[in-house]
Structure formats: C-alpha cells, structure tokens
Unconditional design. Structure first.
Length: 211
C-alpha cells in the first residue's frame, strides 16, 4: 500500500533558493528511503528568536493537517502551528561551499523567551569544559525533541570538533542543522571558539524523522 502526501491546501509559505534546493535534493538522493519530503517547523523560541527543525520525512510521518507545498519535485511539509510564523521565510545556504549551512531567513519577529529551548547557562572552566557545559545544559535539551545528541570530540586551538548521535546521526540534513543552530550557539556563548567541525560518521546512523 502506497502512502501519499496530502494535497497542497494553501499558497506557498516559504521560498527556497536555487542553491539550497539543489543541495537538499542532492542530500535526499543519498537516502535509502523513497518518497521523502522536507519537514520544516518551529520548535520553540530561544534567546536568538525562533528555534527551527528540519528533517526528511517519510509520507506516513506527514500529518494529515500539515501544509504541503512543492518546490520542483521536493515536497515541503509544515505543521499548522508553524505556518503563520514561517510565512514569507527564505531557506538558503550560507558558509563554506564545501560544507554549507542551511539558514532560514524569517521576516516574522519572535520575542526571545529563554525557557527549555536555550536555557541560561553559566559557563566556567577551560574552553573545553565550557563547550561541554553548553552542550549538556542548553544544546542537547533543544535537539533531544527529535532524538538527537551532540558530543564534543575535542578542542584544538579555536576549533571544536563535534559528533552527532541519536536521531541526528545518519541524517543528510544533520550537517546543516549543526551549522545553523549548534555552531551559532557555541560561537555566541564561547567566543574563543571560531570554527565548528562535524566529525560524525553519518554513514553509521539511522534515518531520523520527527512526528
């Protein structure tokens, strides 16, 4: 039995630049499951504004009430509770062309509210200790909603080497998630770190999906 995606019920909510679309389609083509769509949602509000989640979704993981729109042959699924706050956003690529990051440029304001997404953390000790504290107390609780966890492999000079596990490992979008959210959080809270390197063995993980 084939599970089909819901029909598009509204006009286009987000834009996807040509370069971002090419990258996302290339990543989708590396997945072993057919018929994947891109899920985009707002998972909360942190100190820097909205907190976003992106993941590849199987047809059965797309909710019946989700808004679905198509960009070329890429289906994008957005939960109803994220629609208004995502309307007019642009999904684009930033950073190093060899390891680009996915960024969502959102014209809609969000009032930073702290809370469980990005809690206030007092960082002490060495740079390595500060990174571990930030991961344990702020970043991992945020990405745990889709089964992910980030671990510090090592710190060398100004570079932090991270590994993604759980739901993030094996996901073609994991590197983009890392660069968009985790890299920003670390650089803002620990200025001694100016570069983040993902050393995850993504080939060893499973495909993650959020409900």
């Amino acid at each position: 039995m084939t599970t089909s995606l819901p029909e598009t019920t509204e006009s286009t909510v987000i834009e996807i630049t040509e370069t971002a679309l090419e990258q996302i389609l290339a990543l989708r083509n590396t997945e072993t499951i057919a018929g994947l769509s891109l899920g985009v949602r707002i998972s909360g509000v942190g100190h820097q504004g909205f907190v976003y989640e992106t993941a590849f979704l199987r047809p059965e993981d797309v909710g019946e009430d989700d808004h679905v729109e198509y960009h070329a042959d890429l289906a994008v699924a957005i939960p109803l509770d994220s629609l208004d706050n995502l309307r007019g956003s642009v999904l684009d690529l930033v950073g190093d062309p060899e390891a680009p990051g996915l960024v969502l440029r959102n014209p809609n304001p969000a009032t930073p509210a702290g809370g469980p997404d990005i809690p206030d953390v007092e960082l002490t000790g060495t740079v390595e200790e500060k990174v571990r504290q930030l991961l344990d107390q702020a970043i991992n609780p945020s990405i745990a909603s889709h089964g992910g966890v980030a671990r510090l492999n090592r710190v060398e000079e100004h570079i932090a080497y991270l590994e993604l596990g759980g739901g993030c490992q094996g996901c073609g979008l994991a590197a983009m998630t890392l660069r968009q959210g985790i890299e920003t959080a670390i650089k803002q809270n620990i200025p001694e770190i100016t570069e983040i390197v993902d050393v995850t063995d993504h080939g060893a993980g499973e495909n993650p999906f959020y409900a």
